[in-house]
Design a protein around this ligand. Structure first.
Ligand code: ATP
Ligand code: MG
Length: 367
């Protein structure tokens, strides 16, 4: 099924006054796609999910399933959650504590008055897909968080929904179980080929799971793309700092022309740009840019050669496999993620700048 949001807004009216939770969102989730909504707490992700499920009515705009309107306040269209045939898994699983695992998974089928023989077969199939076939007689209270979470997913998939909506379903799990369940979820989604909208504030989860990701902030969708597009071409400094293993570095740089070539000036350093980068900078048509450098792309080296900056190490933090080194330079403090030998605090180091993979933004787009 294809899901489309067109100009969707949702404003809550509460004691706080009017809260515009979602503002003019346009989205298309393609048939069979695993689409991730990523953004910081409070940006409107869960609200978008509830709008798709029909648990909330939009204030304006239109929502369509396969081209058919399911919500359009101006046309007085609203299809109820039951008629939409969507399955939602919440962060809090919401299992029925008095029912055993079988009863929980069977619940939506019983509501739909499916015959008992078929129910037994469907439950067994979903449970085995999720590796919880041995647990059918256990009650939720006897299960671990990861097992409960799989029960909730099994309950959602037995209904053969048109649309699968997942709201931070892994956030209660420890890191190892989270990574394992993530892989399992992706495999399951492929196998079922159900169009899926997945909400998370965790960029790693979004990048590893999503076919495409929508980055949200303050009720708006800022950018939609494949994980790779978002990582390689963030459209805003916010996208650069939100996506990636560590927040992007931003350096303020002057733009000037010398001997027919475009250059950047960072502190005292002059950097000649390749024709490709020069084109990108020219398109911004500005005298100052914000250069976005990924910590994992900056290299520390004794004699880096141009383009480079020198600086003093102000801290070196051990992250296990890698070290996060902060270096104070003429352009500001730069974070460097390195898996090599880390320098000590107070060392003077050279930093090779990855200008070719750097992002350039208008200086006034910075925060
Ligand atoms: N029922 C409600 N009444 C009033 N305001 C609400 C209601 N539900 C959500 N909001 C507000 O709408 C905004 C978006 O909330 P939403 O739950 O969609 O965020 P979120 O991106 O899911 O955040 P989180 O990652 O913390 O779950 C927030 O400012 C929130 O306080
Ligand atoms: Mg939420």
């Amino acid at each position: 099924m294809m899901l489309t949001f067109q100009g969707i807004s949702k404003t809550f009216v509460s004691e706080r006054g009017a809260v515009p939770a979602v503002r003019g969102v346009d989205l298309t989730v393609h048939e069979g796609e695993l689409f991730v909504l990523l953004g910081p707490s409070g940006c409107g992700k869960s609200t978008v999910l509830s709008l798709a499920a029909g648990l909330l009515k939009p204030s304006s705009g239109e929502i369509r399933f396969d081209g058919e309107l399911v919500a359009a306040p101006r046309k007085k269209v609203f299809v109820s959650p039951r008629e939409r045939n969507v399955a939602m898994v919440f962060q809090s699983y919401a299992l029925y504590p008095h029912l055993d695992v079988f009863g929980n998974i069977a619940f939506p089928l019983r509501v739909a008055k499916v015959k008992e023989e078929s129910i037994a077969a469907e439950v067994a199939r979903a449970a085995s897909m999720l590796g919880i076939g041995e647990l059918l007689r256990a009650r939720p209270g006897e299960l671990s968080g990861g097992q409960r979470q799989r029960v909730a997913i099994a309950r959602a998939i037995v209904r053969k929904p048109r649309l699968f909506l997942l709201d931070e379903p892994l956030s209660n799990l420890d890191a190892a179980l989270r990574a394992a369940t993530r892989t399992e979820l992706k495999r399951l989604q492929r196998e079922l080929a159900v169009t899926t909208l997945y909400v998370t504030h965790d960029q790693t989860e979004a990048m590893t799971l999503g076919d495409r990701v929508a980055l949200m902030r303050d009720g708006r969708v800022l950018q939609v793309g494949t994980p790779r597009e978002l990582y390689e071409s963030p459209r805003t400094p916010f996208a650069g700092s939100f996506i990636g293993p560590a927040p992007m570095n931003f350096l303020d740089a002057g733009v000037f022309e010398e001997e027919g070539r475009l250059h950047l000036r960072i502190g005292e350093e002059k950097i000649a740009l390749s024709p490709g980068k020069a084109g990108e900078v020219r398109r911004l048509a500005t005298g100052r840019v914000l250069l976005g450098l990924r910590p994992e792309h900056v290299r520390i080296s004794g004699d880096p050669g141009p383009p480079a900056l020198r600086g003093i190490v102000v801290s070196a933090e051990n992250l296990g496999r890698e070290r996060l080194v902060s270096v104070e330079t003429a352009g500001g403090i730069l974070a460097v993620l390195t898996d090599g030998e880390a320098p000590n605090e107070g060392d003077v180091v050279g930093l090779a700048l990855p200008i070719e993979t750097a992002s350039v933004f208008r200086a006034e787009d910075g925060e």
